[in-house]
Design a protein around this ligand. Structure first.
Ligand code: NAD
Length: 365
C-alpha cells in the first residue's frame, strides 16, 4: 500500500486562513495528480483557539500534533489579543508547540528567485542564484539559559542577566542536521559562533569539529558570527549551509532573509528528533494590516509545504515541482501586492494560487 502522509493544518490568525487555503489546494493537487496519499487534520491555534476555547492551543490539538508527521502552520497573533495575559496570547500557542514537539532545529532557506532579483537590497549579481540554508539551534542558548532575570542590587542599581549555555549533546544534534543537509546540497557547512570571546562559542566550535569527523565528504569552515553577518551582505553566495546557535541564528537568518527581497516569499521548517513530528510555516506573521482582503502572498506557505515534502516525506521530486511552478509564475510576471514591481501584473491571493496550480499542471509530465 502507498504510504499515507499525515498533516495537521493550523491556519491560525489574520492572513493565516487565506494563505493556508492556497496550500491546501496544492496538497489536493498532489493527491490527484501525483498519487500522493494525505490524511489531513485541521485545527485552531493562536487567537482563533483563544476565542473558541480560552487558550491558544487546546490539549486535543497538541496531542494531534504529536501524532502526525507534519504540522503546517499559517501564522498567529494580532492586535485583537494584545490585552490577553502572556501565557494565553496567540504566540504562546506557537511556543508551546515548538517546546512540546522538541523542535530543536530551525531551517531557514534564503533562495533568491531569478524573477525577484531586483527586489533585493543588494546588487543583482550578488544575489542572482543565491541558495543558502541557515540551520539555527532553537531550544537552547541564551533565550533559555538559567540564571535569568532582572534584579535590584543593594546600591539600587538594576541588573539584567541571561545565560548563554550549550551542552555537547545539544551541539552534536544540531551539527548533524547541518551536515546531513549539506550532504543533500553543495557539501559545505559554515559554523558560526564567537569562540574568540565566549567559552560556549569555543565549545560549539570544538564539538562541531568532532561531528565533522563523521562526515568526511562535507567541508567544514568556522566563522565568527559578526564576520558572517558582514560576509552575508558582502558576498552571500559563498555560503551553502550555515549552522549556528539560537541567538546568532535569529539575527543571521533575518539578514539572509532580506537578501531575497520579501517576507511573503520565505518558508521555514522546525525539525525535532529523527522520526518525530516537524513543523513548517512561513517566516512572516499574521499581517493583520491586510487580513481578509484577499491580497496576501501565499508563496511562503506553499514553499513551506515544499519543504515538508522534501524533508519529512522524502518527496524531493514534488518539492522541486512546486518550487519550479513558483519560479514559472513569477517569471510570467505575476505578483501579489507585497512583491509588486513596475510593469508586472498585480494579482490576488486566489489568482496567485490558481496560477501556481496551472503551472504545476503544465510542468507535471
Ligand atoms: P508580519 O510578518 O505579520 O507583517 C509585516 C509586514 O509584512 C506587514 O506589512 C504585512 O502586511 C506584510 N506581510 C507579511 N506577510 C505577508 C504576506 N504573506 N503577503 C503580503 N504581505 C505580507 O509582522 P508584524 O506586523 O510584525 O506582526 C503581526 C502579527 O503577527 C503580530 O501579532 C506578531 O506577533 C505575529 N507574528 C507571528 C509570527 C508567526 O506566527 N510565526 C511571526 C511573526 C509575527
Amino acid at each position: 500500500m502507498d504510504k499515507e502522509y499525515t498533516i495537521l493544518m493550523l491556519p491560525g490568525d489574520g492572513i493565516g486562513p487565506e494563505i493556508m487555503g492556497e496550500a491546501r489546494r496544492v496538497i489536493d493537487w498532489l493527491g490527484a495528480k501525483r498519487n500522493l496519499k494525505f490524511k489531513i487534520h485541521e485545527g485552531l491555534v493562536g487567537g482563533a483557539a483563544y476565542d473558541a476555547h480560552g487558550m491558544p492551543l487546546s490539549p486535543e490539538i497538541l496531542e494531534l500534533a504529536k501524532q502526525v508527521d507534519v504540522v503546517l502552520l499559517g501564522a498567529v497573533g494580532g492586535p485583537k489579543w494584545a490585552g490577553v495575559d502572556y501565557d494565553r496570547r496567540p504566540e504562546a500557542g506557537l511556543l508551546t508547540l515548538r517546546k512540546e514537539l522538541e523542535l530543536f532545529a530551525n531551517l531557514r532557506p534564503a533562495i533568491c528567485f531569478e524573477a525577484l532579483v531586483e527586489a533585493s537590497s543588494l546588487k543583482p549579481e550578488l544575489v542572482s542564484g543565491l541558495d543558502i540554508m541557515i540551520v539555527r539551534e532553537l531550544t537552547g542558548g541564551v533565550y533559555f539559559g538559567e540564571p535569568r532575570g532582572i534584579e535590584t542590587l543593594e546600591n539600587g542599581e538594576r541588573r539584567g542577566v541571561n545565560t548563554q549555555v550549550y551542552t555537547t549533546s545539544e551541539i552534536h544534534r544540531i551539527a548533524r542536521v547541518a551536515f546531513d543537509l549539506a550532504g543533500k546540497r553543495d557539501g559545505r557547512v559554515t559554523s558560526c559562533e564567537k569562540a574568540n570571546v565566549m567559552e560556549s562559542g569555543l565549545l560549539w566550535r570544538e564539538e562541531v569539529t568532532v561531528i565533522a569527523a563523521e562526515y568526511p565528504e562535507i567541508k567544514l569552515d568556522h566563522m565568527l558570527a559578526d564576520s558572517c553577518a558582514m560576509q552575508l551582505v558582502r558576498a552571500p553566495k559563498q555560503f551553502d549551509v550555515i549552522v549556528t546557535d539560537n541567538l546568532f541564528g535569529d539575527l543571521l537568518s533575518d539578514v539572509a532573509a532580506m537578501l531575497t527581497g520579501s517576507l511573503g516569499m520565505l518558508p521555514s521548517a522546525a525539525l525535532g528528533a529523527k522520526g518525530g513530528c516537524a513543523m513548517y510555516e512561513p517566516v512572516h506573521g499574521s499581517a493583520p494590516d491586510i487580513a481578509g482582503r484577499g491580497i496576501a502572498n501565499p508563496i511562503a506557505t506553499i514553499l513551506s509545504l515544499a519543504m515538508a515534502l522534501r524533508y519529512s516525506f522524502d518527496c524531493a521530486t514534488e518539492a522541486r515541482l512546486i518550487e519550479d511552478a513558483v519560479q514559472k509564475v513569477l517569471a510570467a510576471g505575476l505578483r501579489t501586492a507585497d512583491i509588486m514591481q513596475p510593469g508586472r501584473e498585480q494579482v490576488s491571493t486566489a489568482v496567485m494560487g490558481d496560477s501556481i496550480i496551472g503551472a504545476l499542471d503544465s510542468l507535471n509530465k
